[in-house]
Design a protein around this ligand. Structure first.
Ligand SMILES: CC(C)(COP(=O)(O)OP(=O)(O)OC[C@H]1O[C@@H](n2cnc3c(N)ncnc32)[C@H](O)[C@@H]1OP(=O)(O)O)[C@@H](O)C(=O)NCCC(=O)NCCS
Length: 199
């Protein structure tokens, strides 16, 4: 699986970044019920599976993988985001390393609980992760993809300082309303500098 090729031992506490409102940390096995619920919410899954819930056993295997990866590498991976004041699970972010030859490129992704949408949390967490990636890894580029019609996700990418790279047709395993309009890739390069304040 992409995203687990780093070789730096993680910090003992498993914390990846801390923002004003979020702690992004290594997944733990006891996050499973929250992740199963997240991946079963039809609105959360709308632009991913056309709203179909993921099989809990597959979610459990997915979580096991990222828990294991985090034991040896926190440079790239998929991490839980929790509310900084309450510790409540909010969702997750990922930074996967692209396959060769583009190994200096990381792919950003995010999935948040519905009751956490519209608060700027995806942009806040993403910006911190992009800044960290340029500060602590050899990444030259962070990129992200979404459907043309997924306005909220595109807006997150723009707020993080990413620019539109291309419009293309991704090979989706399921039909999702609006997929006839295609997909977009956004990116920010190390040379673009710090992402700056979220606007
Ligand atoms: C996409 C997602 C991560 C956004 O999280 P979020 O924390 O609400 O994002 P933010 O609040 O940082 O920013 C969302 C922006 O999109 C805007 N937006 C949201 N829905 C919109 C819509 N339907 N039309 C226009 N703009 C919209 C918001 O107004 C906000 O922009 P603003 O700050 O300029 O007002 C969240 O909706 C989610 O987890 N969705 C389900 C999983 C998913 O689709 N992941 C992405 C797959 S590519």
């Amino acid at each position: 699986m992409a995203g687990d090729t780093g070789n730096h031992a993680p910090a003992d506490d498993g914390v990846v970044v801390v923002t004003d409102r979020l702690v992004v940390r290594a997944f733990r096995a006891d996050d499973l019920p929250e992740v199963v619920a997240l991946h079963a919410d039809p609105e959360v899954m709308h632009h991913i599976t056309n709203g179909v819930a993921e099989d809990p056993d597959e979610v459990a295997a997915w979580l096991d993988h990222w828990v294991e990866v985090a034991h040896r590498d926190l440079d790239t991976g998929c991490w839980a985001a929790v509310d900084r004041s309450s510790g409540r699970f909010v969702g997750w972010f990922h930074l996967f390393r692209d396959d060769p030859p583009a190994t200096d490129t990381l792919e950003l992704g995010y999935r948040l609980r519905r009751d956490a949408w519209g608060l700027g949390l995806a942009a806040e967490g993403s910006r911190a992760l992009v800044d960290r990636a340029f500060a602590t890894t050899d990444a030259a580029r962070v990129r992200a993809e979404t459907m043309v019609v997924h306005t909220a996700s595109r807006r997150v990418m723009e707020k993080v300082g990413m620019h539109l790279v291309r419009v293309f047709d991704a090979d989706w395993p399921v039909r999702i309303p609006g997929d006839e309009h295609g997909d977009v890739e956004y990116a920010i390069d190390r040379a673009d500098g710090n992402t700056g304040p979220v606007t």
